[in-house]
Write a new protein. Structure first.
Length: 291
């Protein structure tokens, strides 16, 4: 029985066993130890309910080393390619760079800054559950980490993406305000089509958005800012002005570098325009946008 969709769906057998179905092109597909590790971590969070103690993952030395390698590589690139708001928020949050943090540790650092806290999820959460939780200032995060053979690459969101990308973003009150507006928009939205449109706009903004600072493209999206590879190539993408209609209808591939990105002129413009969209979006707004 599949219980989580996405690139690596999580399935529960009749005997209660949990299996993460990795694609053939996944770096860990042919590694039985990694696959067993993924299954055990998914099992920990599968039956978790909000408000309950978050299960602790006893990360291995190898997993801590992957976190350290990626943290170091990203920090160097953030200083050059990240927008100022992200860099400042990262400095405030002070995530550890030498070990994979437990989710309660992330929440303890994050809550005083923006009120957001982290909850575990076995795999990619359903859209309505994932985005809807933002209105309550909750972020659902995976707890597994990418395969050690390619520490600077992952075809799916892992804890590096969820925490280094999103938690640093959420530590900025302006970004956090946008997340809350996204959650409220989901609460107002009933149709699957409208929710899908909203999800795509989120993808091209809060996941893969860029803006202009001092005449240079800077990344603010968590998907770019948690990926060494994306940070190295995003300036070579086709960068277009923000276009809500186009973004909401565009297709994208989560497993490849993004060839088309959308930019805003400044952090102030980003905050104002995205809040305007997310605070007014509902099924009727969706219908007007796709006429």
């Amino acid at each position: 029985m599949p219980v989580r969709g996405g690139y690596s769906p999580v399935e529960v057998g009749d005997d209660g066993s949990v299996v993460v179905q990795l694609e053939h092109d996944h770096p860990g597909f042919s590694d039985p130890s990694y696959r067993e590790r993924r299954n055990s971590i998914a099992q920990l969070s599968l039956n978790h309910h909000v408000g309950e103690p978050i299960p602790t993952v006893e990360y291995t030395d190898q997993e801590h080393e992957v976190w350290r390698i990626v943290s170091e590589a990203l920090t160097a690139r953030h200083q050059v390619y990240a927008c100022r708001a992200f860099v400042d928020a990262k400095e405030e949050l002070q995530l550890p760079s030498d070990h994979v943090p437990q989710l309660p540790e992330v929440s303890k650092r994050l809550e005083p800054l923006s009120g957001f806290s982290y909850e575990p999820v076995a795999g990619l959460a359903p859209l309505r559950e994932f985005y809807g939780a933002f209105s309550s200032k909750r972020f659902f995060s995976t707890q597994y980490i990418r395969h050690p053979s390619v520490p600077k690459y992952t075809p799916e969101p892992d804890i590096i993406h969820e925490v280094i990308g999103h938690a640093n973003q959420l530590a900025d009150p302006g970004f956090a305000e946008i997340y809350v507006a996204v959650g409220a928009a989901v609460d107002r939205t009933e149709s699957t089509e409208a929710l899908g449109f909203l999800s795509k706009v989120f993808w091209f903004t809060m996941e893969f958005g860029v803006l202009s600072e001092n005449g240079q493209p800077k990344a603010y999206g968590a998907g770019i800012l948690s990926s060494v590879g994306e940070l190295d190539v995003f300036r070579d993408a086709t960068i277009r002005p923000l276009d809500i209609r186009e973004m909401g209808r565009a297709e994208y591939d989560i497993t490849h570098y993004q060839p088309v990105l959308y930019s805003l002129g400044s952090m102030t413009e980003l905050h104002d325009k995205l809040l305007e969209f997310y605070t007014t979006f509902d099924d009727h707004a969706y219908a007007d946008l796709v006429k």
